[in-house]
Design a protein around this ligand. Structure first.
Ligand code: ZN
Length: 148
C-alpha cells in the first residue's frame, strides 16, 4: 500500500511541476473562474464544446500541488467526453475524494491518485475546485465559483 501511495504522490507532484493543458484557449466557447479561499487556489478554465462534446480544454491559475495536479489530470480526462459523461466522472471523483464510496479505479483512470485526499478533509476543496469550475463552465455560469 505504501508503494502505491508513493506512486500516487509522484504523479501528483509531476502534474504540479508540469501541468498539462496549462494554457489559455483562444477559441474557447465556455469559461469559468474558480477560487478556493481556504487555500488560495485560483483557476481559470477554458473549454471548447461542440455538439455537446468537450473538444478542447485548458486552464491557467495558481495554487497548491493538489489543486494544480487535479486541474491538470482533469483536463487530460475530459477530451472527447459528452457532458453527461463529464457529469458522471465528476460524481465518481467527488465520491473518491470525500470517501463516500469505494473508489472504482477502472472508471477513474489516473484520477484514482487522489484517493488519499479523503484523509485530509481540508484538501478536498483543493482537489474539487477544478471540477466545480468545470461544472460552472458547462452550465454557462460566468460568476466566479468559490468553494466556501
Ligand atoms: Zn489548495
Amino acid at each position: 500500500m505504501s508503494d502505491l501511495r508513493d506512486l500516487y504522490q509522484e504523479v501528483i507532484l509531476d502534474h504540479h511541476r508540469r501541468p498539462r493543458n496549462f494554457r489559455k484557449l483562444e477559441d474557447a466557447n465556455r469559461r469559468a473562474d474558480g477560487f478556493n479561499p481556504l487555500c488560495g487556489d485560483k483557476i481559470h478554465l477554458y473549454l471548447r464544446v461542440e455538439d455537446g462534446i468537450v473538444r478542447d480544454v485548458g486552464f491557467e491559475g495558481s495554487g497548491c500541488a493538489i489543486s494544480t495536479a487535479s486541474a491538470s489530470l482533469m483536463t487530460e480526462s475530459l477530451k472527447g467526453k459528452s457532458q453527461a459523461e463529464v457529469e458522471a466522472l465528476f460524481g465518481q471523483f467527488h465520491d473518491l475524494v470525500t470517501g463516500k464510496s469505494a473508489p472504482d479505479p477502472a472508471g477513474l483512470g489516473k484520477l484514482a491518485v487522489f484517493a488519499g485526499v479523503r484523509e485530509y478533509p481540508v484538501r478536498v476543496k483543493c482537489a474539487t475546485l477544478a471540477w466545480h469550475t468545470l461544472r460552472a463552465a458547462l452550465q454557462g455560469s460566468l460568476e466566479t465559483v468559490a468553494t466556501e
